[in-house]
Write a protein that binds this ligand. Structure first.
Ligand SMILES: Nc1ncnc2c1ncn2[C@@H]1O[C@H](COP(=O)(O)OP(=O)(O)OP(=O)(O)O)[C@@H](O)[C@H]1O
Ligand SMILES: [Mg+2]
Length: 383
């Protein structure tokens, strides 16, 4: 069985009523339908088209060249589409054309050949659909995307500038640390042998420690948090090497535990004082063995530093001494609402432990500080 061309079948059905059919198609179409002579003159426009183009009287456009109704920048598109139709091809384009009253409108235009009984192209049919709403929405979206991309580019540039600036500041801070340390060491040498010389040497060492904490903190100047375990590992090994202590690390878990730089700085400072003390008081005339344990259950941190020295003096009270080390540890721990405890290590020497919440959330501290609020209590090695 040969397939029947549906269009020919429709023509069969319409035999005798072609005119009525053509008129109802023209009337029912919401598009602007025009018949154009092969030389480009407009000879017909349907009533919905007149309405869409806000043309009150067809006489205004009758016999005028079709491109003359469009802005000059679209003429090329129209000429090409008419040439294609004369060649028997259908083509489409999108273009802007205001109505007769100047209302801005975007159109999707389909241009097709109209053939006579002998198959020759006798006229051109142009059907224009009003796509102003979708073009406006698309343009708005494009505009927003462009604005967003511009904003992102500006922010990226600002971030890049900030990174360079932070790097520059970091560099200057390092230089300043180095100058101060060199100056103090020079002064210490001038007063060598006396109490002033020792104090100046201590000050130089403390600033060198500060510089080490700073170095670790600013490996990535733009970062707004850093991995605590890595930070403690590198800082502890670095300090152990610088102060000649034997460090044994016990970092519990592979979790990255991100912390804010301010909190990392405080933890680094406490760690540096405790390692310094272990070497200074626990390792006179020998290399101290220092065990550092760190674990972070939930959002808490527990840092323990112990050594194999002689242990803390009888009746030791961290809050009573005149040394700076204990003061620094206590001040930083208090700032972070933590607990600072001391005791005897099963290595034989002193044991210090800091427990605190990592980056306490505002309004949540009262409940969780609880036990941590009691500071300066003593602790046993196994606790
Ligand atoms: N690991 C330790 N082993 C034994 N004793 C310690 C240890 N850590 C601290 N102490 C004792 O606690 C005291 C106070 O320590 P702190 O760090 O406050 O002062 P410092 O080390 O004497 O001086 P500074 O820290 O100001 O240089 C020390 O003088 C020492 O008696
Ligand atoms: Mg000390």
């Amino acid at each position: 069985m040969t397939a029947v061309d549906p269009n020919l079948h429709a023509l069969d059905l319409l035999a005798g009523v072609e005119t009525g059919f053509a008129l109802s198609v023209l009337d029912s179409s919401p598009d602007c339908i025009k018949l154009i002579e092969v030389d480009g003159r407009v000879s017909f426009m349907n009533s919905n088209g007149m309405c869409a183009m806000e043309i009150a009287d067809f006489g205004m456009i009758e016999d005028r060249p079709w491109p003359a109704l469009w802005p000059a920048e679209s003429h090329r598109l129209l000429d090409d589409a008419m040439a294609a139709a004369r060649d028997g091809r259908v083509s489409t384009f999108e273009a802007f054309c205001p109505t007769a009253r100047g209302t801005p409108r975007w159109w999707h235009v389909t241009v097709s050949p109209v053939r006579g009984p002998r198959g020759h192209v006798e006229r051109i049919l142009a059907s224009s659909r009003d796509i102003t709403d979708s073009v406006t929405a698309r343009k708005l979206l494009e505009e927003q995307a462009r604005a967003l991309a511009q904003e992102v580019a500006l922010k990226d540039a600002a971030l890049a500038r900030q990174k360079v600036l932070l790097g520059e500041i970091d560099h200057r801070v390092k230089n300043s640390f180095a100058s101060v340390i060199a100056l103090l060491r020079m002064q210490s040498r001038v007063h060598s042998g006396g109490e002033a010389g020792a104090l100046l040497g201590d000050a130089a060492n403390r600033i060198a420690t500060l510089a080490r904490v700073h170095d670790q903190l600013h490996l990535d100047p733009g970062a707004d948090e850093l991995p605590l375990m890595d930070y403690v590992r590198v800082l502890a090994m670095d300090l152990g090497q610088a102060l000649n202590g034997r460090i044994e690390l016990d970092l519990n878990g592979d979790r990255p535990v991100p912390v804010k730089p301010a909190q990392a700085a405080a933890i680094g400072q406490i760690l540096a004082e405790l390692i310094g003390n272990a070497v200074k008081h626990g390792g006179a005339n020998r290399q101290a063995m220092i065990r550092i344990r760190l674990d972070c259950p939930d959002d808490r941190l527990r840092l323990t530093v112990e050594d194999d020295g002689p242990g803390l003096p009888e009746g030791f009270d961290a809050a009573q001494g005149t040394g700076l080390g204990m003061q620094i540890c206590q001040v930083y721990t208090a700032q972070m609402d933590g607990l600072f405890r001391h005791g005897r290590s099963d290595l034989g020497g002193a044991l210090f432990r800091v427990e605190l919440r990592l980056d306490p959330v505002e309004g949540d501290t009262a409940r969780d500080v609880g036990e941590l609020g009691r500071r300066g209590t003593s602790v046993r090695a196994g606790d």
